[in-house]
Design a protein around this ligand. Structure first.
Ligand code: PRP
Ligand code: URA
Ligand code: MG
Length: 209
């Protein structure tokens, strides 16, 4: 699959397996998601541009490289995206943050928007959209549709788990948006849940089951 990056690093795979466990507590589920998000950020930000700056070490003046965190926007799809956002911000604390509130209509599985708040000057920014689950792909497509109206420089989509159906739907609608995920699972069930999956990510992060 073109433009799909499965992050198969052993640390990522190990933590994902712990998160799948039915008996993982809310506390450990949330902590593991934060750790996974930090590890995935490493791959997702690999191609970010750097600029040279002068830096004075205790011994001499030299040239170092820094990235411009302010040009990067993490867009969290509420509510479950918050779990990934926190981990990513701990690695890139200078990033700006946007929020899109979306929920899935349980009958139609279409995405319903209830909130949208972005930083200014989006046409100058590189966006990383985060949501733990890419199931039907309806939420991801709705989020990217909205963000493209603002004309950003680039958009990436980061999730923890994807279904083949969601990957196909997002790629068909937005082939220019690379997808980063820790795994692509087998299929969706009749309620749009990912199998084998990890259940309802939002409920598991916030303990609302
Ligand atoms: O690919 P899709 O079929 O659109 O499903 C994925 C969406 O479902 C979940 O959110 P949910 O609607 O349960 O909202 P929540 O985060 O508030 O629990 C998940 O966090 C994604 O946003
Ligand atoms: O398996 C799924 C599918 C959508 N949303 C979730 O939280 N889990
Ligand atoms: Mg949910």
């Amino acid at each position: 699959m073109s433009n799909v990056h499965v992050i198969d690093h052993p640390l990522v795979q190990h933590k994902l397996t712990l998160m799948r466990r039915r008996d993982a507590s809310t506390n450990s589920f949330r902590r593991l998601l934060g750790e996974l998000a930090m590890l995935m950020t490493y791959e997702v930000t690999r191609d970010l541009p750097l600029q040279d700056i002068e830096v004075e070490t205790p011994l001499e003046l030299t040239t170092g490289k820094v990235m411009d965190g302010k040009k990067l926007v993490f867009v969290s799809i509420l509510r479950a995206g918050t779990g990934i956002l926190d981990g990513m911000l701990s690695v890139v604390p200078g990033a700006r943050v946007g929020h899109i509130g979306l929920y899935r209509d349980p009958k139609t599985l279409t995405a319903v928007e209830y909130y949208f708040k972005m930083p200014g000057e989006m046409q100058e920014r590189d966006i990383v959209v985060v949501d733990p689950m890419l199931a039907t792909g309806n939420s991801a497509v709705a989020a990217v549709d909205r963000l493209k109206e603002l004309g950003p420089k680039s958009i990436k989509f980061v999730c923890l788990l994807a279904a083949p159906e969601g990957v196909a739907t997002l790629q068909q609608a937005h082939p220019d948006v690379p997808i980063y995920t820790a795994a692509i699972d087998r299929e969706l069930d009749s309620h749009g849940y990912i199998l084998p999956g990890l259940g309802d990510a939002g409920d598991r992060i916030f303990g609302t089951q």
